[in-house]
Design a protein around this ligand. Structure first.
Ligand code: NI
Length: 441
C-alpha cells in the first residue's frame, strides 16, 4: 500500500463517520433533494415527458425494442454517456463515472404488451395491438432522467454507475439474458422500480426480504381413450381424470404448504372434448404457480408434476407435463437485500420525508428483476403515481392504463441518488482491497 492509498483509506474512513445517514453536516443527505429539484426543472420535465410520449406512441414487444433502444442510444449520445449495444438482443448498457470499480447498476425495462390501447389521447399507441400498459415507457424515461442527473454530477461519482436498459421483462426473461451476457459481472448492487397506480405520487413503498413471488407455468396433456359417451366402459375418460387432477392440485396449498408461507396454484386452462356424446381422447390443462421462496417454489413444481401424473394414473390415463413454454425461464421470487433496504430508506427519506416512504405487504405478482437478485444484492421498489384530483388510474396491464407523468422526476432522482450514495457508502468497504487488481466490467 503506497502513501496515496493510505491517504485514500484515511479519507474514506473519515467519510464513513460523517456520511452516516443521521448526520447532515457533510451535505450527502442533501443530495436526493438537490437531484429532485434538478429533475423537476421545467426543461428537464419537458424533455422527459417528450421522451416518454415518443416511446408510448411506438410500443415494441420483448426482444423487438429496436426503435426504443435507438432512441435511448441517441439520448445517451446527446448527454455524452458511453454505452454498449446490443446486449441481450436489444438491450443498452450505459456507464457514467470513473469507469473504475465499484460498479452499481440501475435498471429499466423497455418492452410493451400485446394489447390494444383503449385510451383516447394525443399520444396513443400508433401500433395496433401493442401498448405500453405496464409503464415501461416511463421506466425507460426515468432511467434516462437519472443518466442526465448523474452525468451532470459525474465528478462526484466515486466509481461507476451502470445503466441497464433491458429487453423483454414481460415473460421473456430479458434480465436473465443480460446476466448471461456477462454485462453485470463485478456489479456490487442493482436497483429497480415499478410505477404503481395505487401509491400516491411523490411516495414510494417496498419491503426488505420477499417482495414479489416466484412464478411458473405448467401445462399437462392427460390422455385416455376416446369413445361413445353412452358406453363409458369402452373408454378411458380423460375429462373425469383431469377433474380429479385439478381438485388434487388444490390440496397442495391447503394441505401441504405452510399456511404462513403464501403460495398459489391456479389451473386456468381446461380444454377437451367438443361433442355432447363423445368422450375425447385427451384433455389439456394448464395454470400458474407462485411462491415467495425458491425452496417452496421448487417443492411446488415437483409436487404439481407428481400429482398430475399420479392422479391421472389412478384413472388409467397417461400424462405429459411441461413447465413454461418456448424454453422461457421461471421467474424467481423478488427478494430485497436487507442492507440495501436500509440504504433505500435513508435515501428516500432524505428526498421525500419519512412519512412518504412506506413498508408494503408482499404481492403475488412477479418481476424478472429477480434474476439480477440471484446474481447480486438487489433492491426493487414501487413508485407512486396516484393523484385523486386527476381521476382514478387503472391498474397495470389494463387497456385503459395511464401514466401520471408527475412521477417522472421522483423516479429519476431516486435512481440517481440511490446509485451515487451507494458508491459513496461503498468506499470504505473497497478501501481494504486497494492495491488489488481492478475489476473490469
Ligand atoms: Ni411491468
Amino acid at each position: 500500500m503506497n502513501i496515496a492509498n493510505w491517504v485514500l483509506l484515511v479519507v474514506t474512513l473519515l467519510f464513513v463517520r460523517f456520511s452516516d445517514g443521521s448526520l447532515s453536516s457533510d451535505g450527502f443527505s442533501e443530495i436526493p433533494k438537490k437531484f429532485l429539484d434538478f429533475a423537476k426543472r421545467q426543461e428537464v420535465v419537458d424533455w422527459m415527458v417528450g421522451v416518454r410520449r415518443k416511446i408510448h406512441e411506438n410500443p415494441e414487444l420483448g426482444y423487438e425494442e429496436f426503435e426504443t433502444s435507438k432512441l435511448i442510444r441517441q439520448e445517451l449520445d446527446k448527454m455524452g454517456v458511453k454505452h454498449k449495444y446490443p446486449v441481450a438482443v436489444t438491450g443498452v448498457v450505459g456507464f457514467i463515472g470513473t469507469g473504475e470499480p465499484p460498479f452499481v447498476a440501475v435498471r429499466a425495462d423497455m418492452d410493451a404488451l400485446p394489447m390494444q390501447e383503449m385510451v383516447e389521447w394525443e399520444h396513443k399507441s400508433k401500433v395496433p395491438g401493442k401498448m405500453h400498459a405496464c409503464g415501461h415507457d416511463a421506466h425507460v424515461t426515468m432511467l434516462l432522467g437519472a443518466a442526465k442527473i448523474l452525468q451532470e454530477h459525474r465528478e462526484d461519482l466515486k466509481g461507476t454507475v451502470v445503466l441497464v436498459f433491458q429487453p423483454a421483462e414481460e415473460g421473456g426473461g430479458g434480465a436473465k439474458k443480460i446476466i448471461d451476457a456477462g454485462a453485470l459481472d463485478n456489479v456490487k448492487a442493482i436497483f429497480g422500480l415499478h410505477v404503481s397506480p395505487d401509491i400516491p405520487v411523490g411516495q414510494v413503498a417496498s419491503r426488505p426480504g420477499p417482495l414479489l413471488a416466484g412464478s411458473g407455468f405448467f401445462e399437462a396433456v392427460i390422455t385416455g381413450k376416446g369413445g361413445h359417451a353412452a358406453i363409458p366402459q369402452h373408454s378411458i375418460d380423460p375429462i373425469l381424470a383431469a377433474s380429479n387432477v385439478i381438485v388434487s392440485l388444490q390440496h397442495l396449498i391447503s394441505r401441504e404448504a405452510d399456511p404462513l408461507d403464501s403460495q398459489v396454484v391456479t389451473v386456468a386452462k381446461f380444454q377437451g372434448g367438443g361433442a355432447f356424446n363423445v368422450i375425447p381422447d385427451s384433455v389439456t390443462i394448464g395454470g400458474t404457480f407462485r411462491a415467495f421462496s425458491k425452496e417452496s417454489f421448487m417443492q411446488l413444481k415437483q409436487r404439481i408434476e407428481e400429482v398430475i401424473i399420479g392422479q391421472a394414473a389412478v384413472q388409467r390415463c397417461s400424462t405429459t407435463v411441461k413447465f413454461q413454454g418456448d424454453g422461457k425461464p421461471f421467474f424467481p421470487p423478488t427478494v430485497n437485500d436487507k442492507d440495501l433496504h436500509e440504504h433505500f430508506q435513508i435515501v428516500a427519506r432524505d428526498m421525500i420525508g419519512s412519512q412518504k416512504v412506506s413498508i408494503m405487504q408482499p404481492l403475488m405478482g412477479s418481476e424478472d428483476f429477480s434474476f439480477y437478485q440471484e446474481a447480486m444484492p438487489g433492491y426493487f421498489y414501487f413508485l407512486g403515481m396516484k393523484n385523486e384530483t386527476l381521476g382514478k388510474l387503472e391498474s397495470v396491464h389494463s387497456p385503459y392504463f395511464t401514466v401520471n407523468e408527475d412521477a417522472l422526476p421522483y423516479g429519476s432522482a431516486l435512481h440517481a441518488s440511490l446509485a451515487l450514495r451507494f458508491l459513496l457508502d461503498f468506499q470504505p468497504k473497497i478501501s481494504s482491497s486497494v492495491g488489488k487488481q481492478h475489476d473490469e466490467l
